[in-house]
Design a protein around this ligand. Structure first.
Ligand SMILES: Nc1ncnc2c1ncn2[C@@H]1O[C@H](COP(=O)(O)OP(=O)(O)O)[C@@H](O)[C@H]1O
Ligand SMILES: [Mg+2]
Length: 317
């Protein structure tokens, strides 16, 4: 199916590529699915790639990496312990080039609270929010944000531990639920949408995708299981709105210090203003994932996409 291949000398120049997947996070299974696709795509392009299933069978990930024989890494770990700067730091110490963002931007991408603070500080729009902790004055939170409110663990992905709440009782229950995943929890002002996601590849943005789900929001089921989630390239945005969305995404990416590739989730509020939700520094790469979908729309095959990502290895600002 995929006939695109790299020139043999170019493929050889990448050396041996470890596709690092799995890990211990709540998103391990998704990472394994993404990793299998990335491996297949690189091999189909002629790259000498092999899989490293990090923390498989309780193995020590540090020992695994130190023992592996590779020249560069394609990082496709999702969530904590992989997408959050820790593996990036280890690879820096090992002098091994790797795909995607560096230590600081990866850590920020995994911390919704601090990333929002950074964007706010830079004057970029992101929904109003409050930190929920043991001493939080929930009355003040609901008065300031107004219902509905989105409650989310600050460091999770895949919509894990998130709830839309409409009452104080629901707010308390959602806070308790999110706390089970993370000690840092935020309450965010609800944004009605529509919702968009924009992939970044190198210095370019890929075509904007508008997401539509009959669920309350793009939750875990809508992301990975439901057949009723719709992905539109006909976004209903004007060319000017598309341009300003793409510029916002580029700014958000740059201010967080991201590199190589990623995906920024954005919603439009009732005033037509775009609001930044989060940046994903190692987004999903399964056959149903958004980045490959956007690449396809731009005429970039999966193999070309993974090779383009591999080309952005190293050389961070
Ligand atoms: N403030 C919000 N208002 C409305 N929906 C939201 C809000 N924040 C998140 N969502 C919904 O929840 C989904 C997941 O949120 P997001 O912040 O992207 O976290 P995750 O890391 O889990 O993808 C979004 O794709 C969107 O559908
Ligand atoms: Mg998201």
């Amino acid at each position: 199916m995929n006939e695109w291949r790299l020139d043999a000398s170019e493929a050889a120049a990448f050396g041996r590529v470890a596709v690092i997947m799995g890990g211990r996070s709540a998103e391990r299974e998704i990472s394994l699915r993404s990793g299998a696709e990335v491996l297949r795509g690189l091999q189909a392009a002629g790259v000498d790639a092999f899989a490293v299933d990090l923390a498989a069978d309780g193995r020590d990930p540090v020992a695994q990496l130190l023992q592996a024989d590779f020249d560069r890494a394609f990082l496709i770990l999702h969530g904590r312990g992989g997408e959050d700067g820790t593996i990036q730091g280890l690879l820096e110490m090992m002098h091994k080039p790797y795909t995607g963002s560096g230590v600081c931007a990866s850590a920020l991408g995994m911390d919704k609270l601090r990333c929002k603070l950074l964007w706010q500080g830079a004057g970029l729009p992101t929904p109003a929010f409050a930190v929920l902790d043991e001493g939080a004055d929930l009355g003040a939170v609901e008065a300031r944000l107004g219902y509905p409110i989105m409650v989310k663990p600050a460091h999770e992905g895949s919509s894990i531990g998130m709830s839309k709440v409409r009452t104080r009782a629901e707010l308390e229950a959602a806070f308790a639920q999110a706390t089970a995943y993370d000690s840092s929890v935020i309450a965010e002002q609800w944004v009605d949408g529509p919702e968009f996601t924009v992939a970044v590849l190198g210095h370019e943005t890929l075509p904007v995708i508008r997401l539509e789900t009959p669920h309350d929001f793009y939750d875990f089921t809508a992301k990975y299981e439901a057949a009723d989630t719709a992905y539109h390239f006909r976004t209903a945005l004007s060319p000017e709105q598309t341009e300003s969305l793409q510029q916002l995404v580029q700014q958000a990416f740059k201010i967080a210090g991201c590199h190589g590739w990623g995906r920024v989730d954005v919603m439009m509020d009732a005033n037509g203003q775009f609001q930044l939700l989060e940046v994903n520094t190692a987004p999903g790469m399964t056959d149903h994932s958004l980045v490959p979908m956007a690449a396809r729309e731009a005429g970039i095959s999966f193999s070309q996409l993974v090779v383009e990502i591999l080309r952005t290895t190293g050389e961070r600002e």
